[in-house]
Design a binder for this molecule. Structure first.
Ligand SMILES: [Ca+2]
Length: 96
C-alpha cells in the first residue's frame, strides 16, 4: 500500500469541522449535537439517509435510544460511532 496521501487525516479533519459547525448552530451546548442539530446535519450531509421515507421515524427511534443510554446530546465520539454504524449498515461509499 502506497502511503503518499493523507486521505484519512483529511477525512477526520472534515468530520470534526462539520461536527463543530453543527454543534454550535443553535443556542445551547456548543460541543455536542442536540436532536435538531443532528437531524439538520444528517439532512445536509447524508441525504441518502434523510431522503428515505421512514427517516423521521427511524431518526426518532435512534435518538430516543441515545437519550436512554447516553443522555440527550451526542458528543464527537458518539457521532463517530454513529458514522461507523452507518457505513457498516449502508452502501454509502462513493463509487470510483
Ligand atoms: Ca449544540
Amino acid at each position: 500500500m502506497a502511503c503518499n496521501s493523507s486521505q484519512v487525516q483529511e477525512a477526520l479533519g472534515s468530520l470534526l469541522t462539520v461536527f463543530k459547525a453543527a454543534a454550535a448552530s443553535t443556542p445551547g451546548d456548543k460541543s455536542t449535537l442536540d436532536r435538531d442539530e443532528l437531524r439538520a446535519l444528517i439532512r445536509c450531509q447524508l441525504p441518502f439517509l434523510s431522503d428515505k421515507k421512514d427517516f423521521e421515524e427511524e431518526f426518532e427511534k435512534f435518538f430516543q435510544c441515545m437519550e436512554d443510554t447516553h443522555g440527550s446530546n451526542v458528543d464527537f465520539k458518539e457521532f463517530m460511532c454513529l458514522l461507523a454504524t452507518i457505513v457498516m449498515c449502508s452502501d454509502c461509499r462513493p463509487s470510483n
